[in-house]
Design a protein around this ligand. Sequence first.
Ligand code: OGA
Ligand code: NI
Length: 311
Amino acid sequence: MTIPVIDFSKLDGEERAKTMAQIADGCEEWGFFQLVNHGVPVELLERVKRICSECYKLEREEGFNSSTPVKLLNDLVQVQSSEKLENVDWEDVFTLTDEDSEWPCKHPEFKETMTEYRHELKKLAEKVMEVMDENLGLPRGYIKKTFNGGEGLENQALFGTKVSHYPPCPHPEMVNGLRAHTDAGGVVLLFQDDKVKGLQILKNGEWIDVQPLPNSIVINTGDQIEVLSNGRYKSVWHRVQATPDSNRRSIATFYNPSLKATIAPAPELMDPVIKEAEKAYPKFVFGDYMSIYAKQKFLPKDPRFQAVGAM
Ligand code: OGA
Ligand code: NI
């Protein structure tokens, strides 16, 4: 079983209806799908991969080797424990947003390349969101407008990029690359390693691999799309397994609501006669959701929805 692979270029031709249906299926049945021919230039993707890996090697590897997960794992191994570390991830992370004044990596090509990459990915995210609008029967631009709460910078959608490396792990059975979770925000565009697998999603109670496919972009939907779609598009549990002998690179770009944006199921998708007490999802401000998520990321999402609904 593998997640759907969809040719995004077919959206603009004779096979538009079929492609729209494939994306609807990816959103409704999987929560994860891969796009090929997505329009982001391959030359740019090649540069992003090379430069992010060089950044890790030059500026981060040494720090990772003396990081908390490495120390904790060493300690466990030394006492010959058979426990698994449940409170850390075997992951190196650096993040980028438009608001950062300082870039997290000094590589001479990093700034230009990542700026270009993020520009391309933002266009792709907005196109994917429009497809979701149409598939859900919402006015075009509905998701984007909801995530961009209003005028001014503080109301602008949060567009962030997280560059992750999952370095080789001597005991992958004793720690997760990234513990199981659902994503908090809106739409996630993941540019994963060409060869090294590790990302898995939970489907019908079974963990299945998100198969590496060079230069494809994996799309998945977060908790806010689940709320906005009134549960039509569920945010799906996923995790990264640690690997013994490779360094897996994965670059996740998030199109999330502004912290001030109000999130609620779209009225068009609500049963018109439903009683308040029977509503599946509350209405809330995304910043409040994030303060709960920060403490409960690796726990089930329903208590998060209940907690933010009670605020
Ligand atoms: C995440 C995530 C997967 C990966 O950052 O939320 O799920 O492959 N990342 O790094
Ligand atoms: Ni995730």
